[in-house]
Design a protein around this ligand. Structure first.
Ligand SMILES: [Cu+2]
Length: 324
């Protein structure tokens, strides 16, 4: 194997990704910014810890199926907004740094109207889905030109695994820059909780989509002001009660960044990996999440307190996920 420098990058991450507050729900006040204790690369300080007040990107939305069909319109456009203290231009799905989260069940149909308002072509791929790659389905060879609207129709097989997937632009030659620019989002094939013991069927679920932003194509070295975002936010606040078990889905929807996350004092009980329920549940204190990878884990809240969901340094020579 020949090492060519642009395709190999050293990644060093040492940053805080989210604040987890463990307390009874009643006691949750507006104290999130008071307990903020760190920052990412850049100058995000106390008071800017949770939703990006000054940022004019929209919040992540959720789209659910209705009577067997999930119908959604996804508009692709450029938007400017603030991330940390930096004015950035992003390519967004529906104005958000994080595309809408699509929820669909095995056996259902997904109908998406994909509206390209960019001045360049694009398309969409549904990462990991076991569906037809032809026609108006998960066809990565379709080209949706500037100003065009495409209708995508995907039939999810009745025996499709329940798990966490994602979607992103996949136009050859442009996809890495478009995904890094913001064109990716989460897709959940529902039903994972039904495989859990009865007591957990109504378990509270939270999703964490991670991406570095702004994304620098060949300069991902963290001397550049790249912020690690979760659900399109910096340092969001997550709450869970002592002893409560929740289902957390982690998805790395970035085209190149690796994450190594840990929640001090807690264990991730992994129940799904890359869209498949695991054969054997396993426990870990650290989850290394490569670009494109997903995990679902059960997390049980420990003692009252505030815990940073940390991204640890991840050092190594990594081949970037070149999507071209
Ligand atoms: Cu993919």
């Amino acid at each position: 194997m020949v090492l060519r420098s642009p395709e190999f990058i050293f990644i060093t991450l040492s940053m805080l990704a989210a604040i987890v507050i463990i307390t009874s729900q009643d006691a949750l006040g507006g104290s999130a910014s008071d307990i903020f204790e760190g920052n990412l690369t850049g100058d995000v300080g106390p008071g800017q810890s949770s939703p990006l007040k000054e940022m004019n990107f929209s919040e992540t939305t959720e789209a659910y199926s209705h009577e067997g069909i999930l119908e959604a319109t996804i508009i692709i456009d450029e938007h400017e907004g603030m991330v940390g203290n930096e004015q950035v231009k992003a390519i967004t799905y529906n104005g958000s740094l994080n595309g809408p989260t699509l929820h669909v069940k095995p056996g259902e149909r997904m109908v998406l109207y994909y509206v390209n308002k960019l001045d360049q072509p694009t398309n969409i791929h549904f990462h990991g889905l076991h569906v037809s790659p032809l026609g108006a389905s998960d066809n990565i060879f379709r080209v949706i030109g500037p100003g065009e609207t495409a209708k995508y129709v995907l039939d999810i097989p009745i025996d499709h695994p329940e798990g966490t997937f994602w979607y992103h632009s996949h136009l050859h030659g442009l996809s890495t820059v478009q995904v890094g620019g913001g064109l990716s989002g989460l897709l959940v094939i529902e039903g994972l909780e039904d495989l859990l013991p009865d007591a957990l069927h109504n378990i509270t679920q939270q999703t964490f989509t991670m991406r570095g932003f702004p994304w620098h194509y060949w300069h991902l070295n963290y001397t550049s002001p790249t912020y690690q975002t979760i659900n399109g936010e910096i340092n969001p606040v997550v709450s869970i009660s002592p002893g409560e078990t929740q289902l957390w889905r982690f998805a790395n929807i970035d085209p190149g960044t690796f994450y190594n996350i840990t929640l001090p004092g807690h264990t991730f009980r992994v129940i799904e990996e890359d869209g498949n329920p695991v054969w054997k549940v396993w426990d870990t204190k650290y989850l290394v999440i490569a670009a494109g990878k997903r995990f679902s884990a059960l997390v049980t809240g420990g003692e009252n307190g505030t815990y940073p969901l940390k991204m640890l340094p991840y050092r190594g020579v990594l081949r970037t996920h070149i999507l071209r």
